[in-house]
Design a protein around this ligand. Structure first.
Ligand SMILES: Cc1cc2nc3c(=O)[nH]c(=O)nc-3n(C[C@H](O)[C@H](O)[C@H](O)COP(=O)(O)O)c2cc1C
Length: 195
């Protein structure tokens, strides 16, 4: 058994997938469990990696927020076809701090900011999609000429703190190479798994 820093490895692979214009470079499947111990999975966008902190943003009301409040552990999976690589991470989570949220908000396109100001909680039932479109257009017209759209209080984020990271290097022969890193105290311990 050896130890390495798989977080840096992860970061290098993410950068490479983006450089290669991998269409799903930023797509992260996020699995949570609800208070009945039922699993839920959905895609979120990987937004930031700073000082080993991996982050995604979300919207108030979403089920993932309630799930994380119930169980702060999540499992994530990224799969990059351009690299023939899958990465799975088991993580604890913490709320993203305001300075990172401010920075990420500043990068959002204007329309994507306006959506956050519609006042709808994520994953709530709504009468129709047309109603959403109407409200969006009304708000867009109202905000015309307004230079800055302030960060919405609905705009939230989480930082993922992996304690287990597995890299699976897919091989045509199916003799896939799997490397599992597990954090033991401050040290990452590496194990090779059978495919
Ligand atoms: C390509 C793609 C990117 C997405 N990115 C996000 C995201 O960054 N944050 C987010 O909350 N939902 C994102 N979603 C929507 C989620 O998959 C999900 O439908 C939503 O967050 C509601 O999930 P909930 O079950 O936690 O309420 C994205 C969906 C797709 C298809």
């Amino acid at each position: 058994m050896e130890s390495h820093d798989p977080l840096e490895l992860f970061h290098d692979y993410w950068k490479t997938a983006r450089q290669k214009n991998d269409p799903v470079a930023d797509s992260l499947s996020l699995a949570t469990v609800d208070d009945q111990n039922k699993p839920h999975v959905r895609t979120v966008l990987l937004k930031t990696f700073r000082d080993g902190q991996i982050g995604f943003v979300t919207k108030a009301g979403g089920k993932k927020i309630a799930h994380i409040a119930h169980c702060s552990d999540v499992e994530c999976c990224l799969s990059w076809p351009t690299l023939s690589l899958q990465v799975r991470m088991r993580c604890t989570t913490t709320e993203m701090e305001n300075s990172i949220l401010d920075y990420l908000w500043s990068l959002r396109p204007r329309d994507a900011k306006i959506v956050y100001h519609l006042g709808f909680y994520q994953s709530a039932a709504i009468a129709s999609y047309q109603l959403l479109e109407k409200k969006f257009q009304e708000l867009k017209n109202k905000l015309k000429g307004k230079k800055d759209i302030p960060r919405s209080k609905f705009y939230l984020g989480f930082i993922l703190h992996p304690y287990a990271i597995e890299f699976l290097y897919h091989n045509k022969s199916r003799l896939n190479k799997r490397e599992l890193y597990e954090k033991k105290g401050e040290v990452w311990v590496k194990t090779i798994l059978t495919p």
